[in-house]
Each structure stands twice: as C-alpha cells, then as structure tokens.
Design a protein around this ligand. Structure first.
Ligand code: FES
Length: 110
C-alpha cells in the first residue's frame, strides 16, 4: 500500500492508503485527517497541494488542473481531488495561495 506524507498547518500526517485511493474522498469520509479540501470536483482549489516527492507515480495533470493551475503545474502544484495515489508520495498544503479562476458572468440581453 502506498504511503502518503502530508504537511499541513505545521503538522505532518503519515498514512498508508489503498492503491488508487483519492485523498479527498478519504478525507470526506474522515479516513484521511487534516487534508484541506472543498468541492471535490476540481473547481474550488481548496485541495491544492505541492508535490514534494513521488510525482512520477501520478497521472499527468488533467484538463481541470491545467485550467486552474496553468504554469503552477511546473512548480509541482496539483489538485489533490484529481489525484489517484499509486505510489508513495509526499505532499504539502503549507502556504498555498491558489485562487480559483474568476467566474465569467453571463451577459443577459433582450
Ligand atoms: S476540492 Fe475543490 S478543487 Fe479539489
């Protein structure tokens, strides 16, 4: 089973998870403590992490991550809700300042 190390709010969580586990799903059912998350759908950015070790075991960023994180992907940022853990990984949610893209309003005309 892959081991996950999470650094968040000055603490470190270490926990083994099932292969292909999604950490936001686990956090949602209180089986992965401390993880910050929100929508679970790649929109709110509250789950953003920076991968410290183990990025080679992740699938490439999907379109949601590319849309929201853009150039930040090169710095190791990922949306935790879009990741499926296949190997040991170390991630951090310390000092993450990623905001969701501004919603574009619909212009109503008559
Ligand atoms: S939980 Fe909202 S973007 Fe991941």
């Amino acid at each position: 089973m892959p081991k996950v190390i999470l650094h968040v709010d000055g603490t470190t969580v270490e926990q083994e998870v099932e292969e292909n586990a999604n950490l936001v799903v686990l956090a949602g059912i209180k089986e992965f403590p401390k993880l910050k998350f929100g929508c679970g759908m790649g929109k709110c950015t509250r789950c953003t992490c920076r991968v410290i070790n183990g990025s080679e075991g992740l699938d490439p960023p999907n379109w949601k991550e590319q849309n929201i994180l853009g150039e930040k992907l090169k710095e190791g940022y990922r949306l935790t809700c879009q990741l499926y853990i296949q190997q040991d990984i170390e991630i951090s949610q310390e000092n993450i300042k990623i905001k969701p893209p501004r919603k574009r309003g619909t212009i109503m005309t008559r």
